[in-house]
Design a binder for this molecule. Structure first.
Ligand SMILES: *Cc1c(COP(=O)(O)O)cnc(C)c1O
Length: 390
């Protein structure tokens, strides 16, 4: 009987061989990253895989039992803090950008003491902010974007009131890779003494390596209180590895609860049991690559990005904005149809939201120039075919 068939008895043991066959069959249906241009994840660095395997059974939720991996996590956080302009920043390795955003805003809400507050986020914010509104009982106010798709500061200003517990800015938007004017948000936050959370889930491991001093978005900007940065995206770590860092200890303390049965008396993380493996993987990649290693990877991604944009222009397609990072949104007619035609020939791209229904492409380290060329050729012939049909 094939595994998974309706007659399969649910808790009847299989042989190890049968289990492995079922797993192998399932795994063979998972896509390889090769032609996946829609994802912000990628193949982990080999050293991340090794580190992950070494620490598979460790639990940072009960860190007294695992002081070794707890120290590795602390070292990872220190490195990320240094990367973000504040080596003394405090935080932890979370499960990803969603958890980090929840916790960054939760800290602000707890510190404010309010239970009827609101947050002001850019219209371009990741959907995790809608989950936050639901979970934390906060009204989520969306500020408009300017023509470059950065948040409009006057729109933010007009939505802030005395119930606002936090502002959020995005350093590397999910759909367009744009960076909000964090220094402008910082001024508003400092003036009104509001928490400013920066979501750099994707941009955190890109922006510091672009060699651009004009982009100011991390703890060097005075009003920034907390930052989300995901090692499992451009940090080449294993899933689930997110990062959350705070400027001040008071925010960490506002998240802490007493534990009753663990080896540590207090816990600030959202999840209880949590992966030491992902923290070890994060440390391992950062320690091995250092700044020069990440610079090389990001430069490679930006080269492929520019190659895509110039190739797209040659076939008459423009990006919505000139790419800041390795995220490109291409303006094509009938985007949903083009997207599904591309999928038929094996290319997986995604779409940005209205009003810019563009083909969204992430140039992760697994995306090669050769594949971009093949992709553009297929895109061109799909568009020509659609033109012929009218
Ligand atoms: C990917 C992303 C998130 C969500 O991160 P997960 O790890 O998928 O939970 C949040 N914010 C931004 C800007 C992102 O790009």
């Amino acid at each position: 009987m094939p595994p998974g068939s309706s007659e399969e008895k649910i808790m009847e043991p299989l042989t190890e061989e049968e289990v492995m066959r079922a797993l192998t069959e399932a795994r063979s249906r998972d896509l390889d990253y090769e032609r996946v241009f829609s994802t912000m994840c990628t193949r982990p660095h080999p050293i991340a895989v090794r580190a992950h395997q070494m620490f598979l059974e460790t639990n940072l939720g009960d860190a007294g039992l695992f002081p070794g991996v707890a120290e590795i996590e602390a070292r990872a956080i220190r490195m990320i803090g240094e990367l973000l302009g504040h080596p003394e920043a405090m935080g932890y390795i979370s499960t990803g950008g969603t958890e980090s955003n929840i916790q960054g805003i939760r800290a602000a809400r707890n510190a404010s003491g309010r239970r009827d507050g609101n947050i002001v986020v850019p219209a371009s914010a990741h959907f995790s902010f809608d989950k936050i509104g639901d979970l934390l009982h906060l009204e989520v106010r969306k500020a408009q974007l300017d023509s470059d798709l950065k948040v409009d500061l006057s729109s933010v200003e007009s939505q802030v009131d005395d119930k606002t517990v936090a502002l959020a800015g995005i350093a590397g938007t999910t759909e367009f890779g744009q960076v909000d004017p964090i220094d402008g948000l910082s001024k508003i936050a400092l003036d009104r003494e509001i928490h400013l959370h920066v979501d750099a889930a994707f941009g955190g491991f890109v922006l510091p390596f672009l060699g651009r001093d004009d982009l100011k978005w991390d703890f060097r900007v005075k009003g920034v209180s907390s930052i989300t940065i995901d090692p499992h995206k451009m940090g080449l770590s294993t899933i689930p590895a997110g990062g959350l860092l705070f400027r001040n200890i008071k925010d960490v303390m506002s998240l802490q609860l007493d534990t009753h049965y663990l080896t540590v008396a207090k816990q600030a993380s959202l999840t209880g049991t949590r992966s030491g493996a992902a923290a070890a993987a994060t440390f391992a990649v950062m320690a091995l690559l250092g700044r020069p290693g990440f610079e090389t990877i990001v430069k490679g991604c930006m080269d492929v990005t520019r190659h895509l944009v110039s190739g797209a222009r040659e076939i008459g397609i423009e990006p919505v904005i000139e790419p800041v990072m390795n995220v490109v949104a291409l303006l094509v007619p009938k985007t949903p149809e083009v997207r599904s035609e591309l999928a038929k020939v094996g290319w997986h791209v995604s779409m940005s939201r209205e009003p810019h229904r563009a083909l969204r492409i992430i140039l992760m380290p697994h995306v090669t120039v050769e594949n971009v060329n093949l992709f553009l050729k297929d895109l061109d012939s799909i568009l020509r075919g659609m033109n012929k049909q009218g």
